[in-house]
Design a protein around this ligand. Structure first.
Ligand SMILES: *Cc1c(COP(=O)(O)O)cnc(C)c1O
Length: 359
């Protein structure tokens, strides 16, 4: 059996979820969209269900997968419905629904659900992707409140730059949101904070928070941060050395001869490649851990294999365990070296079996 696998620590997931609640004192929807950022939505939701206030996903297909697996907690559709016909399923399965556009509001006005809906009304406070502009928000809220089949409206918005701790944009977004809320939205629960908002912006009012990447133990920040340091990585991507060769100085390794030995090198070949989701752009020198000791990538990452430097690890050999990311190689550090973010590394995970612990 190919030794590549992703170990998933569900106890770490629960620890990170609790941290989101503790630092905010708010209720937290665990964001498990995109198959829980590659960690497996059903297993992660089951691991959290005993304590989670609810879950959030990107679309009804993801929500149905959770319901069909027996998850009974509230599930929020972060982009609402894509077609009005989904409202029947939203009603049947008690999904909570974001409303971010006028056409969705109209569809809700037309709907006749069997029981009242819970709606999260989205404001575009500065992200400029979806949501009602501040000047249109009070009117949208009033229309929802006038509907007998809308039980509850939560006021929400989303930050565009909360990971930049010195950037004034987050405060501007909060101010835009609060200005409307104070006039039109008093008495409603609010939800603004994603992971960087939770960890980095303690002043932002929150009845509900929406942790995503932090649940999986990756920091959303580029610099060290005391709260982010308390996160525990959930996924360890690992494999083994499957071949070894000694090369004299001057010999190239791998496609395109990107790496050329500057001294006699001992090269280890690892069963892991970009088809597994490991970033092909990892440069020479990218850290890996081999039997618990630091080493580095040398040569281009191929589809199914990559090459590492074993020259200074004489004890390493066939079958040595290689950590590509995890507790010793933070996914956010690796991502930064590859021009990416941990979100994308996790979501790109493919082919590799997931092995769970900490149920
Ligand atoms: C994905 C998403 C989140 C979670 O974001 P993280 O940065 O992963 O915490 C929160 N809110 C909305 C609306 C989202 O789409």
């Amino acid at each position: 059996m190919r030794p590549a696998r992703a170990l998933i620590d569900l106890a770490a997931l629960r620890h990170n979820y609790r941290l989101a609640r503790e630092v905010t004192g708010a209720r937290a929807l665990a964001v498990v969209k995109a198959d829980a950022y590659g960690h497996g939505a059903v297993v992660c939701a089951r691991a959290l269900e005993g304590e989670a206030d609810g879950f959030a996903v990107a679309c009804i297909e993801e929500a149905l997968e959770l319901r069909e697996a027996g998850i009974r907690a509230p599930i929020l559709l972060l982009e609402g419905f894509f077609e009005a016909s989904e409202l029947e399923l939203i009603d049947a399965h008690d999904f909570w629904c974001v409303v971010h556009s006028a056409w969705q509001l109209e569809a809700i006005e037309q709907a006749r659900p069997s029981k009242p809906l819970t709606v999260w009304l989205k404001m575009d406070s500065g992200m400029h992707r979806v949501g009602f502009f501040p000047q249109d928000y009070a009117a949208a809220l009033a229309r929802l409140k006038a509907l007998p089949h809308v039980a509850k409206v939560v006021l929400m918005s989303h930050f565009s730059r909360a990971d930049e701790l010195d950037c004034p944009r987050t405060e501007e977004q909060v101010a835009a949101f609060q200005a409307v809320r104070e006039v039109a939205g008093q008495g409603h629960e609010v939800s603004l904070r994603n992971s960087p908002g939770i960890l980095g912006w303690s002043e932002v009012p929150s009845d509900w928070v929406r942790p995503g990447i932090m649940l999986y133990g990756a920091t959303p920040f580029e610099q060290a941060h005391p709260l982010a340091d308390q996160l525990r990585p959930v996924m360890t991507l690992e494999s083994q050395v499957i071949s070894i060769r000694e090369l004299p100085a001057g010999e190239p390794v791998g496609y395109g001869a990107r790496f050329i030995a500057d001294r006699p090198v001992r090269v280890g070949v690892v069963a892991m490649g970009y088809a597994d989701g490991y970033p092909r752009h990892a440069p020479d020198g990218t850290p890996v851990f081999i039997d618990g000791k630091p080493s580095r990538i040398i040569g281009r990452v191929s589809m199914d294999m990559l090459t590492v430097d074993l020259t200074d690890l004489p004890a390493a050999g066939l079958g040595s365990r290689v950590e590509l990311w995890g507790p010793n190689v933070p996914a956010s550090d690796l991502a930064a070296r590859c021009g990416s973010i941990p979100y994308q590394l996790f979501c790109n995970l493919k082919r590799v079996p997931r092995v769970y612990s900490g149920e």
